[in-house]
Write a protein that binds this ligand. Structure first.
Ligand code: F0G
Length: 457
């Protein structure tokens, strides 16, 4: 069933309107099951899962040769029974690594820092885990066309999964405002790719009208089935930490759906008795696209004011986030907070994650930039375990990386707020490519000159 997160109205999934907004109050839905806390009579009704048996089953499925078992989303299908196994469209998403970041941990003064790298999914972003779920529902409902408005990653994921399912897909993206890697993916996977002369928020408006007028299935994150897939990295994280719960999970915020998806995942684990507490989930926004941060700073009450968004972290260049209420609920329920990061701070954080041999796209790096502030404020303690959710692969936006290392990314105005220490860090991080004559002498001379940097790195 779908339950309205505003007024609590419950409807069967098939009855949802094309824009996935409640007919009564206009709010967004979440998927609930007879065993869900929000179902009302909780565990009393229907299936009561056996946590121990499920843990074993989920781990065992990874060794199976079946596609649904090899997927890091569908091996948890007992907790997202939204389609039949035959209806599942999968690219073997999920099962992403949980890395430790020793250099970043040291730099920020934590004993231990981890990164759940959702950029290691088939199309290079966390969107795949949600797309496999919602696109499978589109297939089950018999749709021929699917569509999304996107800052790039959703469109790449939708295009890929639609192609696998044999559905037609249409992408609406803001012209000139998404990274090339992402745009090229949607073309490569055969989507009808339309660049609108507006921003992401303008694309959402146009698409909402289209799905009201044509039989096109909306795959933006207002679609509650997306979040069922996007909750599964919470399960994986717990598995990977041997069912120890991290103290903090730090998530980038754009349209603000992912933090609530992960919050739902952890809340379900607690409700079903897998864990005893949930991590504090905190959201980091880019300073130029920070409506949630502003609203909370102003007291967290009343009218939510959208902003005109502008940040080089193009994935989160969103001024009017659809899921802001869901995000606020998760921050409040888990005891998390919201921070913002400047362009300069994001660029430095991205370079530091790159220097761990891992890398991520700029929108993911806001997590580390924000964590530095949370540690400085004492919100994250040195003994506590924090996990950064890295949402996209570094190759998604290689132009950003190239410009940064050539020293051409940040304007003097963007650098103006940098501390002396940050300026020194930038200088140490930058690895500008050099052009040399083809001689060993020239290369060795260059290596000599680079030695101090190598030693201090
Ligand atoms: N990180 C990346 C790499 C993203 O692509 C997005 C969102 C986010 C973070 C923010 O997640 O919206 O759930 O708060 N990208 C969307 C898109 C909007 O169209 O690809 P959120």
């Amino acid at each position: 069933m779908l339950r309205c997160t505003g007024c609590g109205a419950r409807i069967p999934g098939e009855q949802a309107r094309s824009n996935f907004r409640c007919e009564e109050c206009g709010d967004l839905f979440e998927v609930v099951y007879p065993w869900s806390e929000a179902w009302g009579d909780g565990l009393a009704a229907g299936f009561r899962p056996n946590a121990g048996a499920l843990r074993h089953l989920w781990a065992e499925r990874r060794t199976s040769t079946m596609a649904v078992d090899q997927s890091g989303v569908w091996r948890f299908r007992d907790l997202l029974p939204i389609v039949t196994e035959e209806q599942v469209v999968t690219l073997r998403e999920g099962n992403t690594p949980l890395y430790d970041l020793p250099k970043c941990a040291k730099a920020v003064g934590l004993n231990w820092l981890l990164a759940k790298h959702q950029g290691m999914n088939p199309t290079g972003s966390f969107k795949d885990t949600g797309m496999t779920a919602a696109l499978s529902v589109a297939v089950a409902r018999g749709f021929e066309w699917v569509a999304c408005a996107s800052t790039g990653n959703t469109s790449a994921a939708m295009a890929a999964y639609a192609a696998r399912a044999g559905l037609r897909s249409m992408v609406l993206i803001p012209e000139g405002k998404i990274a090339w890697g992402k745009l090229s993916q949607s073309m490569d996977y055969g989507s009808t790719t339309i660049q609108l002369k507006t921003d992401f928020d303008g694309c959402v408006k146009v698409l909402t009208e289209i799905v009201g007028r044509a039989p096109v299935y909306l795959l933006n994150s207002v679609n509650p089935y997306r979040l069922e897939g996007q909750k599964t990295p919470a399960f994986e994280m717990l598995e990977q930490m041997d069912w120890q719960v991290p103290h903090h999970l730090i998530v980038p915020g754009g349209n603000l759906a992912n933090c609530s998806a992960l919050g739902k995942g952890f809340a379900e684990m607690k409700h079903l008795g897998f864990i005893k507490r949930v991590p504090k989930i905190s959201v980091i926004q880019a300073e130029g696209a920070n409506p949630l941060y502003r609203w909370l700073q102003a007291g967290g009450e009343g009218e939510f004011e959208p902003v005109v968004a502008d940040t080089r972290a193009s994935a989160i260049r969103i001024g009017n986030p659809a899921s802001w209420k869901k995000a606020v609920r998760i921050l409040r329920e888990t005891g998390g907070t919201c921070e913002q990061a400047t362009e300069q701070e994001i660029a430095l954080a991205k370079a530091e994650i790159g220097a761990e041999g891992i890398g991520c796209e700029p929108a993911s790096a806001v997590t580390f930039a924000g964590l530095k502030k949370l540690v400085a404020k004492g919100f994250v303690g040195p003994e506590e375990t924090a996990v950064l959710l890295l949402t996209g692969h570094t190759l998604k936006d290689s132009e950003y990386t190239m410009l940064y290392h050539r020293g051409e990314l940040l304007t003097p105005a963007e650098m103006a707020g940098a501390t002396l220490e940050e300026r020194a860090q930038h200088a140490q991080m930058r690895r500008e490519p050099v052009v040399l004559e083809p001689s060993a002498d020239a290369v060795l001379k260059m290596l000599d000159a680079a030695m101090p940097a190598v030693q201090t790195a």
